[in-house]
Design a protein around this ligand. Structure first.
Ligand SMILES: [Zn+2]
Length: 470
C-alpha cells in the first residue's frame, strides 16, 4: 500500500503504515442520533467511504468501526420534550442515518457499536484510569485530572494554560466538584428521571469522550492504525479521547485524520449545524436530486477542504455526473463485443492522486480527462481503444462509488426496481419469442417501446439487463 495521509498529530502528510501489514483498523466518530441526518453528516460519511474503498482497492483487509452515540443530553432532552422514550428517539434516528448512508452507497462499517451496548467496557476503562491515578470520583461523577496528562493539548495544538482561561469548564449538569476547570467528566452521576447504569461510583452514565476510547479499544485493540472524524471534533473530543486513553496506558491511534465541514451558501461560511437553522435534511435533498448526484456533490471536494453546499454546487455535480453517465452509456453501447486495445485513461495517475492524501479532485480530473479522450475515440470510431478506456474509467468510478452501470442501475434501487424487473422480463421474453420466429420487426418494436418508456436493454454475458436511460 502506498497511501499517504495528512496526520493531524504530526501536522504532516505521511505514509499510513498498518501495525499489521495487510490489515487496517479505522475508528470513526459516528453520529449522535438525536435528529435526522443533514448533508453535513453525509459529507463526512462519503469522504471516509472513499478512504474505506481505496484501502479495499489497495488490497487491504479493513476493520472499519463507526460508533453510534445513542444516549446523551440532547437525545434525553428532545425525547422527553416530545413525550417519547429516549431509546425510541435514538432508534428511529439511527435508522434514518442508516437509510441516508445506504442511499449514497456508503459501505456498511465492520462494526457499529452503540454506547448503550458498551457500558461495561466504558466502566472498566474508567476504573483503570482511576487506578492509575489520572481520575478521581466526586459526588458520583468521575473526572479526568487533565493536569496529570503529559502533552495535553498537543494533538489539537492548544496550550493548557491558555485553555484554562478560555475554555468554559462545561460545568452545567455536573453533580460533583472538579479540582481544576480543565478536568472533564468520564462518568456522570444519575439525575432523576434520566437513564442510568450501575457503576463502582453509583448509578450514572458515561461522559461523551470516554465512550469512543472504550469502543475503539474494544474493537481495534489498545493500539490501532487510524482515527477519523470531523475537524469540529478535534477539540475537545479527540484531545480528550487521546488523553484518557494514554492515561489508561493505551498507545491508541497511530494516525489522526480530520475532514472539513459543510458550509451553506449565504451562511457566511459557518459550519452547518442544526442551531443555525439552515440544515439541509438528506431526505428532503433526495426529493430534489438523484442520490448518485448527491454522492458526487458531497465527494468532489478534497476531504480536508470545507465544502460549500449551494444550488450551484448541486447543478455543477449534476452536469459533471451527467457527462460521466452519457459517456459510459454511449461507450458501452458502441463497444459491445469489441476486444479492448490500449486505454487512453490512466489508472496509474488516478491511483497516484488517491495515494496522495486522497486527492479526489485530482482523481476526478483523471476520470474526466478519460471521459473526454473516450468521447474523442467514440467520435473517431476507434473502438478497441474506446473499450479499453471505458474499462479503466469504470474501474476508477467503482472506487468512488460512481459507476452508472454496476453501482447505480435504475434510479437508486427503490422497491419498484423488483416490479420493473418482472415487467421487463415479460417484455424480454416477448422479444426473444419474436426473434425465434425471425419476426425482426416485432422484436425491434418491443425494444423501441421499452426505450420510449425510458428503459434501455443491454445484452450481457449474464443475459439481458435493463437500466433507465435513453
Ligand atoms: Zn468520538
Amino acid at each position: 500500500m502506498s497511501l499517504r495521509l495528512y496526520d493531524t498529530a504530526t501536522r504532516s502528510v505521511r505514509p499510513l503504515t498498518p501495525l499489521e501489514p495487510g490489515r487496517v483498523g479505522v475508528y470513526v466518530c459516528g453520529p449522535t442520533v438525536q435528529a435526522r441526518p443533514h448533508v453535513g453528516h453525509l459529507r463526512s460519511a462519503v469522504a471516509l467511504d472513499v478512504l474505506h474503498r481505496w484501502l479495499l482497492a489497495s488490497g487491504q483487509r479493513v476493520t472499519f468501526v463507526r460508533n453510534v452515540t445513542d444516549v446523551d443530553d440532547k437525545i434525553i432532552h428532545d425525547a422527553s420534550h416530545d413525550g417519547e422514550p429516549w431509546w425510541a428517539l435514538a432508534t428511529r434516528m439511527a435508522r434514518a442515518f442508516t437509510r441516508a448512508y445506504d442511499a449514497v452507497q456508503v459501505l456498511p462499517p465492520t462494526a457499529e457499536p452503540r454506547v448503550t451496548g458498551s457500558i461495561l467496557s466504558i466502566t472498566a476503562l474508567i476504573e483503570r484510569i482511576v487506578e492509575r491515578g489520572h481520575a478521581y470520583a466526586s459526588g458520583g461523577d468521575v473526572y479526568l485530572a487533565v493536569r496529570t496528562v503529559q502533552g495535553y493539548g498537543a494533538l489539537s495544538g492548544q496550550d493548557p494554560d491558555q485553555l484554562k482561561a478560555s475554555e468554559k469548564a462545561v460545568a452545567h449538569g455536573h453533580t460533583g466538584e472538579k479540582r481544576d476547570p480543565l478536568d472533564f467528566a468520564l462518568w456522570k452521576a444519575a439525575k432523576p428521571g434520566e437513564p442510568s447504569w450501575p457503576s463502582p461510583w453509583g448509578p450514572g452514565r458515561p461522559g461523551w469522550h470516554i465512550e469512543c476510547s472504550a469502543m475503539a479499544v474494544a474493537h481495534l485493540g489498545e493500539s490501532f492504525d487510524l482515527h477519523a472524524g470531523g475537524v469540529d471534533l478535534l477539540f475537545p473530543h479527540h484531545e480528550n479521547e487521546l488523553a484518557q486513553s494514554r492515561c489508561a496506558g493505551h498507545p491508541f491511534a497511530q494516525h489522526w485524520l480530520h475532514h472539513g465541514l459543510v458550509t451553506v451558501a449565504g451562511g457566511g461560511g459557518e459550519k452547518m449545524s442544526k442551531s443555525l437553522g439552515n440544515s439541509t435534511l438528506v431526505e428532503d435533498v433526495l426529493q430534489q436530486i438523484r442520490p448518485q448526484v448527491l454522492r458526487y456533490a458531497l465527494g468532489a471536494a478534497h476531504y480536508r477542504s470545507p465544502l460549500e453546499w449551494s444550488p450551484q454546487a448541486v447543478s455543477d455535480a449534476e452536469a459533471a455526473y451527467g457527462r460521466i453517465e452519457t459517456f459510459v452509456r454511449n461507450a458501452t453501447e458502441a463497444t459491445r463485443g469489441v476486444e479492448p486495445g490500449a486505454s487512453k485513461a490512466s489508472w496509474e495517475e488516478f491511483a497516484a492522486a488517491l495515494d496522495d492524501d486522497l486527492g479526489v479532485p485530482q482523481a476526478l480530473g483523471v476520470v474526466h480527462s478519460g471521459v473526454r479522450a473516450g468521447n474523442a475515440l467514440l467520435a473517431g470510431r476507434e473502438l478497441p481503444a474506446l473499450a479499453a478506456t471505458l474499462a479503466v474509467v469504470r474501474r476508477m468510478l467503482t472506487v468512488l462509488a460512481l459507476d452508472p452501470v454496476e453501482q447505480w442501475p435504475g434510479s437508486g434501487g427503490t422497491e419498484l426496481t423488483a416490479v420493473v424487473d418482472a415487467l421487463v422480463a415479460i417484455a424480454v421474453e416477448a422479444r426473444a419469442d419474436a426473434r425465434a420466429r425471425k419476426d425482426w420487426a416485432q422484436a425491434d418494436a418491443v425494444r423501441d417501446r421499452l426505450t420510449a418508456s425510458g428503459i434501455v436493454l443491454e445484452d450481457t454475458a449474464d443475459g439481458v439487463r435493463w437500466r433507465l436511460g435513453t
